[in-house]
Design a protein around this ligand. Structure first.
Ligand code: WTA
Length: 655
């Protein structure tokens, strides 16, 4: 458990919502009352009120075959129409949907009418390229409007998108293309990052060469204007196809359980899981939470979620939630410190952003730079702040509220996962008394419990395992192509009887005397680096794929800025000992190797070259001890080690 959590346990500050905020708040107590009185009726009402159905549903939940849930399944809707056409039809076509800010300083405002037209054009092109209902489309783009257009165009024609974060390597992209058997990739020549163009198309070319051959076409947005190779017949420029296509497109309605997207996330094994989400329930809960947790007043708010669409936060709170609600939002392509460290604050001032949703890791890195930078900008338009991705330490929460929020506006800490699809635990602004460091309460209609290992509820304030005890609308519907793994990973922690089907989140949590929930970090071998999930097993298998490596162990060590950092311990092959004489060089090479194999986010902070790893008598690596070492702590109990002196040897090598 990390340092910030120790602090959190002593945190006692409370912040009442201001009467002014409470008076205008979207959410009120009646939501929770309604959900308590009739949970399914509550969700059915939300689905009807927030969305436009082409065919109304009559069944809310089918849970006859747990853990395979069906929500609103005899209803039909089109997700893209819900995010676009219906707003235009309601006379909101001139409302800005996206204030786009490119890293080099270019900007464009895109209205709902324009976004709708562009999505229709892209939908026509996808159909022309042979993409049909249920076909998978990989999207590998920078954070530019075309990423959002692509996702909605895919959804519009009933195909399934698999967005792969632009920072992932060719190998990672290739394995995701193969797993989903995607037939099309949408990419760009390159995008802007840290003041330079980073090429994407070459990575796509390299990835396709490694796949089993499912890709038939590549659609390329021109953004970086970098040189790219071209495969005639396979590659198509966006501006020559979408740019020329008709903006007439009649959208078909699909069943509520029609697949919407696959998003890969790290689990406890080496292979990322393709988390599958469907349409009606997903859109209901993303729209509901976006409206109520962020107190959205779509006619006046300017909302900004800083996440990339490559992550679930970008799916649910850049694309689907905000657009379903007709929000006006900022989309920023680049890094926070380009060309100067005040770039984010400048953007907030420029667009008068009123709602900001970001990650603790970003807040902590701004804290390090000091309050002088944000104080140079006018941030008074802000009226609500949100946090997601990892536990927020109370110090960062307070800094966020005071320095960025001016001291009196609500900060909501939202807990959820790729698998949950939408926010599950959060304060409701205007209602909940805020507690820095706690995600607080399940949102209305969500049932959460904290259980011990044997499945009994944890009484009092002890910590336990976070579970969701009832199905929820935006829940994952499976792991792509692997129903067994879906059951085992999430639903069989406390037994295999269907009546006990409870969703095991993989997070530790405790409930305080007021019933507020505090997240305590992952209980499995998943790390959380800068709010991004990484698997120890995946990085270990990348390390052992290097010809120098005999064995590797990876741990997530607490890090002041990134929350956790990847720290690896590697034993080199004896045959390499003569070739690799400088451990510093070996460790650099291995760090580079992981970044090329998986992506820069997975690059270990440190790689220690050691001669031994601590193992139990049955040969299991004791990562707990390596974590002690990586965090500079006293080494814990070593009595179960096969060789109890081994930690001294390793410590000496590391220091
Ligand atoms: C962690 C991101 C504490 C948690 C939306 C979860 C959090 C994992 C919070 C999911 C929070 C996310 N407080 N921990 N507010 N939000 N987490 O799938 O460990 O990228 O299991 O989804 O992030 O990460 P994912």
């Amino acid at each position: 458990m990390t340092v910030q959590i120790d602090h959190a346990l002593e945190e006692i500050r409370r912040f009442r919502p201001s009467p002014e905020f409470a008076a205008q708040a979207v959410a009120d107590e009646s939501l929770a009352d309604a959900a308590r009185a009739d949970r399914l009726g509550f969700w059915a009402d939300q689905a009807r009120n927030l969305l436009q159905w082409e065919k109304p549903f009559t069944r809310t939940l089918d849970w006859t075959n747990p853990p395979f849930a069906k929500w609103f399944d005899d209803g039909e809707l089109n997700v893209a129409v819900n995010c676009l056409d219906r707003h235009v039809a309601a006379g909101l076509g001139d409302r800005v949907a996206i204030h786009f800010e490119g890293e080099p300083g270019d900007s464009r405002d895109i209205t709902y009418a324009e976004l709708t037209a562009e999505v229709k054009r892209a939908a026509n092109v996808l159909t022309d390229l042979g993409v049909g209902e249920g076909d998978r489309v990989a999207i590998y783009l920078p954070m530019i409007p075309e990423a959002i257009v692509s996702m909605l165009a895919v959804a519009r024609i009933g195909a399934v998108h698999s967005v792969v974060f632009g920072g992932f390597s060719a190998d990672s992209l290739a394995s995701r293309i193969d797993d989903a058997e995607a037939s099309l990739v949408i990419t760009a020549d390159g995008g802007y990052r840290k003041g330079r163009v980073f090429p994407l198309k070459p990575t796509v070319d390299e990835a396709i060469a490694k796949t089993g051959g499912s890709i038939e076409n590549v659609l390329v947005v021109r953004r970086g204007e970098n040189e790219v190779d071209w495969t005639e017949g396979r590659d198509h420029w966006w501006h020559e196809t979408v740019g020329e296509a008709s903006a007439e497109h009649e959208a078909k309605a699909f069943g509520a359980e029609h697949p919407l997207f696959i998003l890969y996330t790290s689990g406890t094994t080496g292979k990322p899981k393709g988390i599958l989400h469907t349409s009606g329930g997903y859109l209901t809960q993303t729209a509901f939470t976006h409206k109520n947790v962020f107190d959205l007043h779509p006619e006046s708010d300017v909302y900004w979620c800083t996440a990339d669409v490559g992550w679930v936060t970008g799916h649910s709170y850049v694309v689907y939630g905000p657009l379903a609600n007709g929000a006006t939002q900022v989309v920023y392509e680049g890094t926070p410190d380009t060309p100067h460290p005040g770039r984010w604050w400048e953007i907030i001032e420029k667009y008068k952003v009123s709602i900001l949703y970001t990650a603790p890791t970003a807040i902590r890195s701004f804290m390090k730079l000091g309050r002088k930078i944000p104080q140079e900008f006018n941030l008074r338009s802000l009226r609500l702040l949100g946090s997601v991705g990892e536990p927020i330490n109370p110090e960062a929460w307070i800094w966020y509220r005071h320095v960025i929020g001016g001291g009196s506006i609500p900060v909501v800490d939202t807990w959820w996962q790729t698998e949950t699809g939408a926010i599950m635990i959060s304060a409701l602004p205007g209602i909940t008394d805020l507690k820095p460091g706690s995600a607080q309460v399940p949102i209305p209609g969500i049932s959460i419990d904290i259980l011990s290992d044997d499945g009994t509820p944890v009484e009092g304030e002890g910590g336990g395992l976070l579970v969701v005890t009832e199905p929820w609308p935006s829940m994952l519907r499976g792991i792509w192509g692997d129903p067994e793994r879906f059951k085992q990973t999430y639903w069989e922690k406390f037994g295999t009887e269907p009546t006990k089907a409870m969703y095991f989140a993989g997070d530790g949590a405790r409930r305080d005397e007021d019933g507020d929930i505090w997240l305590l970090g992952r209980v499995d071998d998943v790390m959380n680096v800068s709010g991004h999930r990484l698997s120890t097993a995946e990085i270990e298998s990348s390390l052992v794929a290097h010809p120098w490596t005999a064995e590797a162990a990876v741990v997530g060590a607490s890090d002041e800025t990134t929350g956790q950092a990847v720290v690896a311990f590697v034993i080199l092959k004896a045959s390499q000992a003569e070739l690799v004489t400088d451990p510093a060089e070996a460790s650099e090479e291995l760090r580079r190797h992981v970044a090329t194999q998986i992506g820069a986010i997975a690059r270990p902070r440190q790689v220690f070259i050691v001669n031994e790893l601590p193992k139990t008598r049955s040969g299991k690596i004791m990562r707990r001890l390596l974590r002690d070492l990586a965090e500079g702590r006293e080494i814990g109990d070593t009595t179960t080690l096969a060789d109890t002196s081994i930690m001294q040897v390793i410590s000496a090598q590391v220091r």
